[in-house]
Design a binder for this molecule. Structure first.
Ligand code: FRU
Length: 501
């Protein structure tokens, strides 16, 4: 039984070893998004789609919801939980730089994308030429409102780097194009703040030709406020996320938007290149594209629809492939389990066979011993029979001899009898004859006893019990020895006493 357990344990370890051979190293990627909105949702989709093609990696995306504190704790979570690489879009550079520096200096690779930190304590940076976008926006604005037009700028978040760069680029472009920025207000990248500041501004200032918003959400808010205030103002945004920005252009809510690429695929590919020690670009800045306006918005929306369809198909395909792999790995596990069970069964079978063979051998040995014993018994029997025959022959011989002795003894007994009764003998002669007579009787009795023994052997002897007095018998036997005793100077005192009585 001990052996079966051992065998079982060996098989379990063997199967575990086999399955562990199939396990590959998994890279854990942590993505810290500074906020949650349409643009980031698009990017997160791209990240999740890209990761589908890298079974060796998993990704966890966390959103800081525009809070620096939350983003610091998200990044710390990734660091403390041993993620292999951290990707972050810092909410505001001043607040987030220290934690990024700490992680980078601790040895965990860090990728910064979209919004930057202060300095370059990162493994790689991926971003867009925000200054260039700002400048293009100014150029396009002049094209919309003409030289000398008045512009209001709706700023992103004060501390986030794209806002500063988009502003700087626009100011440079505006100076070149001869349009003037008459006011700036913080919309903090969100609709509500932008709507609120626009509402206030449009109440006091109505002579505006163009709103330049740092993203489409704020541009839509500005457009809706202008409408509310009955102002006919051109509006430009940035991002060109299909569902929001491009749709707003197609619906003529805003006049134009500039594509701010999300590049989720590229971020993941860079992360994997870093993790696998493959070559990658440390700083990559994506170039700007031409503006999206009413002339191309519909086409872009259509393209986006077909892209969405293709993406859905890829997703379905991926889930089918995943299903297949799941089935495959289940079957593989089943296969290994089956092998383990077959080996176990063979082991058990072998052990049972061994026990069976041992028993058979043992049985053979017993049978052999039995045979030898029977042989010995037969020899013994034959010897016994021979002994019996010899004993019988001896008995027959003794019986015959006894028979032969009895006849002359009977013949001796008769004259001795007569001599005992004779009265012409001297007392000494009489004593001697008596002794002879007695011994003849004894001999007679002994011979009879031998013959009786034969009868007893043949089952022909009937026991004849009778009461006798012991005293005369003992005296009689003692008398028989008196003469010899006297001769040898032996005194038979007690016997004499008995015989005297
Ligand atoms: C999304 C967003 C975009 C903008 C970018 C700047 O969170 O606000 O609209 O272009 O961030 O970092």
């Amino acid at each position: 039984m001990k052996r079966i357990y051992l065998l079982f344990l060996t098989i379990i370890s063997f199967s575990a070893l086999l399955s562990s051979c199939h396990e590959k190293k998994t890279y854990r990627i942590g993505v810290s998004q500074c906020s949650q909105d349409d643009w980031r949702a698009k990017m997160n989709d791209e990240i999740n789609r890209e990761i589908m093609f890298h079974p060796e990696a998993t990704v966890e995306i966390r959103s800081a919801d525009d809070s620096n504190e939350k983003q610091i704790s998200d990044i710390r979570y990734f660091k403390d939980n041993g993620f292999d690489i951290i990707i972050a879009a810092p909410n505001e550079a001043d607040a987030i730089t220290p934690i990024i520096k700490e992680v980078y200096e601790s040895g965990t690779p860090v990728i910064i994308f979209d919004r930057n930190i202060n300095g370059d304590s990162y493994t790689a940076y991926l971003g867009v030429d925000n200054f260039g976008i700002g400048k293009s926006a100014a150029h396009y604005g002049r094209h919309l409102i003409g030289k000398g037009g008045k512009v209001i700028e709706i700023y992103g978040l004060a501390g986030s780097t794209p806002a500063k760069e988009r502003h700087d680029g626009f100011i440079e472009g505006a100076t070149e194009e001869g349009i003037s920025v008459i006011a700036s207000a913080y919309g903090n990248w969100n609709y509500d703040d932008a709507a609120s500041v626009c509402d206030s501004m449009f109440t006091v200032c109505k002579d505006i030709d163009l709103i330049y918003a740092h993203n489409d959400r704020m541009a839509i808010a500005a457009s809706e406020m202008a409408k509310k205030h009955g102002l006919d103002i051109k509006v430009i945004g940035i991002d060109a996320a299909p569902e929001i920005g491009i749709k707003a252009v197609a619906d003529s809510v805003i006049d134009a938007t500039f594509l701010y690429p999300t590049e989720g695929y590229r971020v993941i590919r860079t992360a994997l290149a870093i993790l696998k020690g493959e070559p990658y670009e440390r700083v990559s800045t994506f170039p700007i594209s031409s503006p999206v306006d009413i002339s191309n918005a519909d086409i872009l929306l259509l393209q986006n629809e077909s892209l969405k369809e293709d993406s859905a198909k890829i997703k379905t395909l991926k889930s089918q492939v995943d299903d297949f792999w799941n089935k495959h790995s289940a079957q593989t596990s089943l296969f290994y389990a089956a092998i383990a069970i077959v080996v176990l069964l063979l082991g058990v079978l072998f052990l049972f066979l061994r026990i069976f063979w041992q028993r058979q051998r043992h049985q053979k040995e017993l049978m052999e011993q039995n045979r030898l014993l029977e042989e010995q018994r037969d020899t013994q029997k034959a010897l016994n029979e021979q002994l019996n025959v010899a004993t019988q022959s001896k008995l027959i011989f003794f019986t015959n001899v006894s028979h032969d002795l009895r006849t002359p003894l009977t013949l001796i007994a008769e004259p001795v009898e007569q001599l005992v009764k004779a009265d012409n003998l001297t007392p000494q002669q009489h004593t001697l004859v008596k002794i002879a007579h007695k011994n003849v009787r004894i001999l007679h009795r002994l011979i009879n006893q031998i013959l009786d023994f034969r009868k007893y052997e043949n089952g022909k002897l009937d026991i004849n019990l009778e009461e006798v007095s012991l005293k005369p018998l003992l005296a009689d036997w003692a008398d028989s020895f008196l003469a010899i005793a006297r001769k040898r100077d032996i005194k038979l005192r007690d016997c004499l006493k008995i015989s005297a009585k």
